[in-house]
Design a binder for this molecule. Structure first.
Ligand code: UDP
Length: 236
């Protein structure tokens, strides 16, 4: 499979067309942004780590009955995926209070939620990705009731599968963001990435942050943290 024209360039990835209409190629960059693009930088090696970690999780999820866009890893930073129309929602699952949830509800970071929390944000940079509920989603026609029911069911299943896997890696899954898309047949597929850019991973014992919060909060050793996640996820 070969890259044809560039279809899209986002903050952390580029997307290219291929000779097959149903597929595209995602190319991961080392570029990092935070706070809706206000903070910019580079994380050495991030592109290849996020590519490999994402593909590992996508294959784990497929094996456990979650339909994903994953097709084939091409090289260190590039992967063939099924072309989908992205549903403009950030689907966030939270197990432990952190980030915006901690500030919004006045919780200390690290407090365990008694049940997993599901949130939706409207993917719109100009508006700062505002939080929406299911009624906004139906009214704005981002997804139907049936589609959102699938998305919620998949999100909780994914949470269970990832928690169980990450426990063995000595990592705590604090929270994460998913994106879903619809393929040419209208099927809902898990798309985008599952990586230290989009998940909060804490060392299970020391609670050390091993994710993009090191970049957001200038904690140092950013590349090292991403490397550590790669090693642990691949069982090294
Ligand atoms: N997240 C993301 N992209 C976004 C916003 C959030 O991947 O545009 C992830 C983030 O890495 C974290 C989870 O979603 O794992 C919850 O993020 P939160 O709402 O706490 O926002 P933040 O504190 O990252 O601004």
């Amino acid at each position: 499979m070969h890259k044809k024209v560039q279809l899209y360039e986002g903050k952390a990835k580029k997307v290219f067309a291929t000779e097959n209409e149903e597929y595209c190629i995602v190319s991961y960059k080392d570029d990092a942004t935070a706070f809706n693009g206000q903070k910019k930088g580079q994380i050495q090696g991030k592109g290849s780590i996020n590519n490999r970690v994402t593909n590992h999780f996508m294959q784990l999820l497929e094996k456990n009955g979650i339909p994903t866009h994953f097709v084939q890893e091409l090289n260190a930073t590039e992967t063939v995926v099924k072309k989908v129309n992205i549903i403009p929602l950030e689907v966030i699952v939270r197990n432990i209070a952190a980030g915006s949830l901690a500030s919004r509800l006045g919780l200390e970071e690290g407090v365990k939620m008694s049940t997993p929390v599901l949130e939706y944000c409207y993917k719109n940079d100009a508006l700062g990705d505002p939080m929406v509920n299911e009624y906004h989603i139906y009214a704005m026609q981002f997804a139907t009731r049936e589609e959102l029911a699938y998305i919620a069911e998949y999100a909780f299943k994914i949470n269970k599968i990832l928690i169980e896997y990450l426990e063995k890696c000595n990592l705590e899954l604090v929270d994460f963001k998913l994106e879903f898309g619809k393929d040419c047949k209208g099927q809902i597929l898990l798309a985008d990435e599952i990586s230290p850019d989009t998940c909060r991973f804490w060392d299970a014992k020391t609670k050390e942050k091993l994710d993009k919060d090191r970049f957001r909060r200038n904690l140092g050793d950013v590349s090292e943290a991403y490397e550590e996640v790669l090693k642990r996820v691949f069982g090294q």
